[in-house]
Design a protein around this ligand. Structure first.
Ligand code: CA
Ligand code: ZN
Length: 298
């Protein structure tokens, strides 16, 4: 397995980045990632007012994947997520959903032990490991790693976990993949503006799919297919995630749109990824048994 270290990080997904490594299609990489604070919050005295805000949301990479072509897709299988022993949480003035309540930053450090985030002596939270920032170079100008979009980026989607597969639209030769900002625990919405932010290792398999054309990220796991949409508001993101699923299945299976919309209304789940980043992210998840019965395949 290829090991990729975190001495090469970037702060904006961009077509102009120099790749740090070139891999063959189908290669598996174990990627060292920094936390969203660039590992600058390690001790109680590490105040968010004094960290370098130009060094937040680092993604490790970018990785050039042989065979990934503009107009095609990159398939990313999430094989494993490992964490260091500590996570950092934060909220603050004008941050997150309740930023109106605060005048300053608050941070909290939590140990990660035996698959749990230790909140205090009486409360241990089972981890739900996930990758917050993951994506490829966008078609347009650079997009900072704090912002999600059609290229992926800071989607903060709890379903991006071990066993999930992502599909990204490729805009440039090699795709220029990167990831970072892993969370040991996070609820849908990420209401405080952070999860349990932890450095660690993400193991992913990257496969070029030059014949799959996508406009936006798509995902699957053992039970569901999902469209992922990021827009200025949750309403707009939800609306587009559902539209994208209807169009995807209509184009591939030929079922009439009214039938698909009625069917999806019975079995499809609109789920909030995050509501605290510059664009809000929603996923629309439809059970695989339903799409299998329609003959759906990518
Ligand atoms: Ca994030
Ligand atoms: Zn994060």
């Amino acid at each position: 397995m290829i090991e990729l270290h975190d001495d090469h990080v970037f702060y904006a997904f961009s077509r102009d980045l120099e790749p740090v490594i070139t891999v063959g299609s189908g290669e598996t990489l174990r990627i060292r990632t920094k936390d969203c604070f660039g590992n600058q919050v390690q001790a109680p005295e590490d105040e968010l007012d004094s960290i370098d805000w130009d060094a937040i949301n680092p993604a490790t990479g970018p990785v050039f994947v042989n065979g990934a072509k503009p107009g095609g897709a990159l398939k990313v299988d999430i094989e494993n997520i490992e964490f260091d022993g500590q996570a950092a949480c934060c909220t603050g003035k004008d941050e997150g959903v309740c930023g109106d309540l605060f005048d300053a930053w608050s941070t909290r450090l939590c140990k990660i032990e035996d698959g749990h985030v230790v909140w205090n002596d009486g409360l241990r939270l089972p981890t739900n490991p996930m990758i917050g920032v993951i994506g490829v170079a966008p078609a347009g100008g650079p997009v900072n790693c704090g912002t999600p979009g059609s290229h992926g980026g800071n989607m903060d989607n709890t379903a991006i976990t071990v066993g999930a597969t992502l599909y990204f639209p490729v805009a440039v030769e090699g795709a220029l993949f990167g990831c970072g900002d892993m969370h040991a625990a996070m609820g849908d919405g990420e209401v405080s503006v952070s999860g349990a932010e932890a450095a660690g290792h993400a193991t992913v398999t990257l496969t070029a799919l030059p014949n799959l054309h996508l406009e936006n990220p798509l995902m699957e796991n053992a039970t569901h297919w999902g469209t992922i949409a990021s827009e200025e508001t949750l309403d707009a993101a939800a609306d587009r995630a559902v539209h994208d699923m209807v169009r995807l299945v209509h184009d591939r299976c030929g079922m009439p749109e009214d039938e698909l919309v009625m069917l999806f209304s019975l079995v499809g789940n609109v789920q909030v990824c995050q509501m605290v980043d510059p664009e809000k992210t929603v996923r629309f998840m439809v059970p695989k048994y339903v799409l299998d019965s329609c003959g759906f395949a990518l």
